[in-house]
Design a protein around this ligand. Structure first.
Ligand code: ADE
Ligand code: ZN
Length: 341
């Protein structure tokens, strides 16, 4: 490993855009399928991994939802969450705010308690054993109706004290943020912070709707905002964070190459932009891999990588004290890192 790669892996990082279902590595996916006697369409782990070639968000979502089929018991949700948290911890992630999308499971008979108790059990265990700080974001699916999203909100109420925020993912184009105005109003009224995927495949207008109509605290992806200079000013002035996922954008053909990814321009425009892995098992890149890939493709400086990591803590839903402690840990590491070894 190069000294720079070692620096990035040891750098304290916050990951703010991570779907637990997208962290399910093919090896574990096969184990769960076998445990649940669920027949898979792929003959081997290698064949499944080879299928991870995507032409669009939709082509990815088809495989992602197929992968969700193997998750059936509380232990399955525990094992998936534990595996991700262990890997994130080893990758220098000290704070992670993870999405779970219960509708993939509850619509085929898995109880909401199975999903929530499995995920939360693993979060509690990893917090104790690794010291990693974890927040849970319940995510609704935008191809479903607003009534479905409101129903999900009702179903998770018993776990309200364990839920950090409400988010939304899924097929973006044709499902604008305005479709979910009542859902976001209800989520905020229930005391939750809010995020939404917007401006990934969809246009800048969706990002504007998310900010002006829904009033979300954070935008997931949001890269299309660069097509609307007034919107960029609005996001920068208000300090609204954008959780960007560069390797995801590359693998889903949202950008033609990482060399033309808008990340560097977003930084220069003064946006509170962070780097995240989205669905690392499907895209083959965890948090540090994303930072290192961007560094190479966009010729980012070490200082840029530090700024991106600091942004992660500034964009996280953390208390003032926890934010300050995380930033201090990061700054101490940067100041004392020995580049000569
Ligand atoms: N669900 C998981 N990953 C997603 C992405 N990149 N966009 C929208 N929904 C998702
Ligand atoms: Zn996502």
């Amino acid at each position: 490993m190069s000294r720079l790669a070692e620096f990035v892996r040891g750098l304290s990082k916050a990951e703010l855009h991570l779907h637990l279902e997208g962290s399910l590595e093919p090896e574990l996916l096969f184990q769960l399928a076998s445990r649940n006697k669920y027949p898979l369409a792929w003959s081997s782990v290698e064949a499944l991994r080879a299928a991870y070639e995507f032409s669009s968000l939709q082509s990815f979502l088809a495989l992602y939802y197929a992968g969700c089929e193997v998750l059936r018991t509380e232990q399955d949700f525990y094992d998936m969450t534990h595996a991700y948290l262990q890997r994130a911890h080893a990758d220098g992630v000290i704070r992670t705010e993870v999405f779970i999308g219960p509708q993939s499971f509850t619509t085929r008979g898995v109880s909401i308690a199975t999903v929530m108790d499995g995920v939360i059990g693993a979060i509690d265990n990893a917090s104790r054993t690794f010291g990693i700080s974890v927040g849970l974001i319940v995510s609704a699916q935008r191809h479903r109706t607003e009534a479905d999203a409101l129903d999900l909100l009702d179903q998770v109420r018993p776990w309200s004290h364990r839920i950090l925020a409400i988010g939304m993912g899924g097929a973006e184009v044709g499902n604008p943020p305005s479709k979910f105005a009542n859902f976001y109003r209800a989520s905020k009224a229930a005391g939750f912070r809010t995020t939404i995927h917007a401006g990934e495949e969809g246009p800048a207008a969706y990002v504007r709707e998310a900010v002006e109509l829904l009033g979300v605290d954070r935008i997931d992806h949001g890269i299309a905002c660069m097509d609307d200079p007034d919107l960029v000013h609005l996001l920068a002035d208000r300090g609204i964070p954008l959780t960007v996922c560069p390797v995801s954008n590359l693998r889903l053909k949202v950008v033609k190459s990482l060399e033309v990814h808008p990340l560097a321009r977003m930084l220069q425009a003064g946006l509170l932009v962070t780097v995240n892995s989205d669905d690392p098992a499907y895209f083959g890149a965890y948090a540090s891999d994303n930072l290192l890939a961007c560094r190479d493709a966009l010729d980012l400086s070490t200082q840029d990588l530090v700024i991106l990591s600091r942004n992660g803590f500034n964009a996280a839903f953390l208390s003032t004290d926890a934010r300050a402690a995380s930033l201090k840990r990061l700054d101490d590491y940067v100041r004392t890192f020995d580049w000569s070894e």
